[in-house]
Design a binder for this molecule. Structure first.
Ligand SMILES: Cc1ncc(COP(=O)(O)O)c(C=O)c1O
Ligand SMILES: [Zn+2]
Length: 418
């Protein structure tokens, strides 16, 4: 091993490798690699975790980048942790804190993943970057590619919401909407494009870049004050990267001696597409998870409709190691949670962002958690990019009677306010 304080470790067979930015898969078992930090370095930098940080780049010593000067950032991370007791619906959700990831530059926690990818691609001389996603990763990648002077291409499944496609275009991305809903097909297309045109592959799964986990690990760092005491964390899962990152961050904090117990991590998926839940219940192997596609995958929470969860094995391992669980909730439970959060707190999540709340309510109702315990709900994505999802909430076309409106208009005209 070299003197460099970072190395790579296979999340399946545990084989270790010297760090290199362009190794993505284990040479022994093809499993995803994690970027690990040597103990000495972790301990030396542990004070950074204790200080209040405003952006995820304040944790730079935990990234394999040399200095702040080489980073282009839009201020990812440093999101607020809000006590639900401030809000009227607190009586039904006691001891709950909301980690509001909708405050990231493009409204989802995916900015923590795509910003490092785009910085890495620029640093190593790539001109273009491609990804596949049902929307949030794609919007985020288009945004950070723009910031880094890269051209971006977004492979999209059929059900990508139009608001997200417009945002990709706003950032100068090239949205490529396909007729498929199969993740596998889109993975293969991205690989072909990268091989042929030498693009950087910006799919947010560790087998495409170990950088995937490293940015969202900072969510766990930012929760340091709360993780010192026991708590549960609820987060929505698609490919499993978010759960994996939370675990990895918490594990590093254990190694630094900052926390002494893992938070229980709960992964929440829609029952219409819940391969991580199936893998957790049936104790599936890495090979089984990446080869068995979840059949007829479908949900209102489109970002979670990932039929092959590439980081699913690491996610299931994280759930087991922390004493957590995988949960599957119905689309109706997700939509109810979306409305509860929006109207009860003023935080407006998209359905995928509300799945964590639905999961927490289900865990409480089924007795999986003690309601007196502290729980953190990670709200992963904003509803502003998916207005379609709340169309049915509207009671009426227009809130003012026509007659009233005519009177008001007349008054405005009389006042010269036209
Ligand atoms: C809003 C939102 N929440 C949760 C997820 C799931 O994250 P992961 O694929 O890391 O499990 C996604 C994935 O795109 C997302 O966009
Ligand atoms: Zn391996």
């Amino acid at each position: 091993m070299s003197d460099y304080p970072f190395y790579l470790r296979c999340s399946v067979c545990q084989e270790k490798y010297d760090y290199a930015w362009d190794i993505n898969r284990c040479r022994k078992c093809s499993g995803p690699l994690w970027i690990e930090i040597e103990d000495e370095k972790l301990k030396k930098e542990s004070n950074i975790i204790k200080s209040r940080n405003r952006s995820m780049w304040d944790y730079l010593p935990f990234f394999p980048f040399e200095s702040q000067n080489e980073i282009i950032s839009l201020g990812e991370g440093g999101t607020p942790l809000l006590p639900v007791s401030n809000f009227p619906f607190s009586s039904s959700l006691k001891n709950v804190l909301i980690k509001d990831e909708t405050r990231n530059p493009t409204g989802s926690f995916k900015d923590r993943q795509t910003a490092p990818y785009c910085n890495l691609a620029r640093k190593h001389g790539f001109g273009s970057i491609v990804t596949m996603s049902s929307g949030n990763v794609a919007v985020s990648l288009a945004c950070h590619a723009a910031a880094n002077g890269l051209r971006s291409y977004e492979l999209l499944p059929d059900w990508t919401p139009p608001e997200k496609i417009s945002m990709m275009e706003a950032y100068g991305g090239v949205p490529l909407r396909t007729k498929t809903t199969s993740s596998e097909m889109l993975y293969l297309m991205s690989e072909k494009i990268c091989e042929k045109f030498h693009f950087y592959n910006g799919i947010t799964a560790a087998i495409y870049s170990p950088m995937n986990i490293i940015g969202s690990k900072t969510i766990a760092y930012e929760l340091y004050d709360v993780l010192k005491d026991h708590c549960n964390i609820f987060i929505a899962s698609g490919g499993g990267g978010g759960v994996t990152a939370l675990y990895h961050g918490a594990e590093e904090m254990m190694r630094m001696g900052l926390i002494h117990r893992f938070p229980r991590i709960f992964s929440v998926q829609p029952s219409g597409c819940s391969p991580i839940y199936v893998a957790w219940r049936n104790n599936l192997s890495y090979e089984e998870i990446i080869s068995k596609r979840f059949q007829n995958c479908n949900s209102v929470a489109t970002p979670l409709a990932d039929d092959i969860p590439l980081d699913g094995y690491s996610a299931v391992t994280a759930l087991k190691k922390t004493g957590g669980m995988a949960l599957a909730v119905s689309d109706q439970e997700i939509l109810d949670a979306q409305r509860l959060l929006s109207r009860g707190t003023g935080i407006f999540p998209e359905p995928a962002g509300a799945a964590s709340i639905a999961g927490m309510i289900s865990a409480r109702d089924n007795g999986y958690i003690d309601p007196s315990e502290r729980s953190i709900i990670v709200v992963t994505g904003s509803g502003m990019k998916n207005i379609e999802s709340i169309k049915s909430w509207s009671q009426q076309e227009i809130g003012v009677e026509n007659e009233e409106l005519t009177k008001i208009k007349k008054l405005l005209v009389e006042a010269g306010l036209n």
